[in-house]
Design a protein around this ligand. Structure first.
Ligand code: ADP
Ligand code: UDP
Length: 237
């Protein structure tokens, strides 16, 4: 697979063209950002850890019938994926209260949310990713009504798969963000699933094992990501 020009460089990953117009290469960099790009640092090994982690999770989701963009891992930091027209919304499911939900509604961190909530956010750093609803998405043309329903269904399906997967290894999947895109009219899970885009707590101690370690300056960020992978049986070598 020939790597072509860079199509897009985001805060943590870059997207490259390939000789197949339907495929692109996703490169996971060590850059780590928080607060809509206000805090940026390089964390050694993060690109590799997240690329391998994501490959494992995407393969698991595909095996459970979730359509994903993941094709195969090409190297430590690069994966081949289907090129998608990304829908500019973020889909968030929450099993326990944390982060912006606590601030927004004055809810105590850590309480169990039953049933889990589903939220849409507009993917726009300058506007700090405001929360939006179905009506905004339809009226402003960010996605079609049928794709809104599909994004909800698939994001909640991912919860039923991954919540159990983490729990079996003694971890709570607190919340996570997914992004979807379209390829030939088909809605497909894109972007990544890694400790950068979700919250994971140890079930017993509730130790934070995700990007909150970076956001909150708790230290041992990548060491902890590696521990999550190891507990899940993901081989990082
Ligand atoms: P951000 O845009 O939040 O800074 P990243 O640094 O993670 O994020 O950049 C990756 C970009 O690639 C994101 O904008 C994401 O929407 C986009 N992307 C993810 N998967 C695909 C795909 N399969 N095809 C095209 N673009 C993708
Ligand atoms: N998230 C993300 N990218 C974003 C916003 C949120 O990956 O641009 C993830 C975040 O890591 C968490 C979940 O989505 O797992 C919910 O995030 P929240 O709304 O609580 O926002 P935050 O507190 O991270 O600003």
């Amino acid at each position: 697979m020939q790597m072509g020009e860079e199509l897009f460089s985001g805060k943590a990953k870059s997207v490259y063209r390939t000789d197949d117009p339907e495929l692109c290469i996703l490169r996971f960099r060590d850059d780590t950002s928080a607060f809509d790009g206000e805090k940026i640092e390089q964390l050694a090994d993060k690109g590799k850890v997240n690329n391998i982690f994501n490959a494992h999770i995407m393969a698991l989701l595909a095996s459970e019938g979730v359509p994903t963009h993941f094709v195969k891992r090409l190297s430590d930091t690069d994966s081949l994926v289907r090129k998608l027209d990304m829908i500019p919304v973020e889909c968030v499911v929450r099993n326990y209260a944390a982060g912006s939900l606590c601030k927004r509604y004055g809810i105590e961190e850590g309480i169990s949310i039953e049933p889990p909530t589903f939220e849409f956010f507009l993917k726009n750093d300058e506007l700090h990713d405001p929360m939006i609803n179905d009506s905004h998405i339809i009226s402003f043309g960010w996605a079609k009504p049928e794709h809104i329903e599909e994004m909800k269904t698939l994001t909640i399906k991912v919860n039923s798969i991954l919540r159990q997967f983490f729990l079996e290894s003694g971890m709570l999947l607190v919340d996570y963000k997914l992004e979807f895109g379209l390829s030939n009219g088909e809605l497909i899970l894109g972007d990544e699933f890694s400790p950068d885009g979700c919250r994971i707590w140890d079930k017993t101690t509730r130790n934070k094992m995700d990007k909150d370690r970076f956001r909150q300056g708790l230290g041992n960020v990548i060491e902890t990501y590696k521990e999550v992978a190891q507990r899940l049986g993901i081989d990082l070598n």
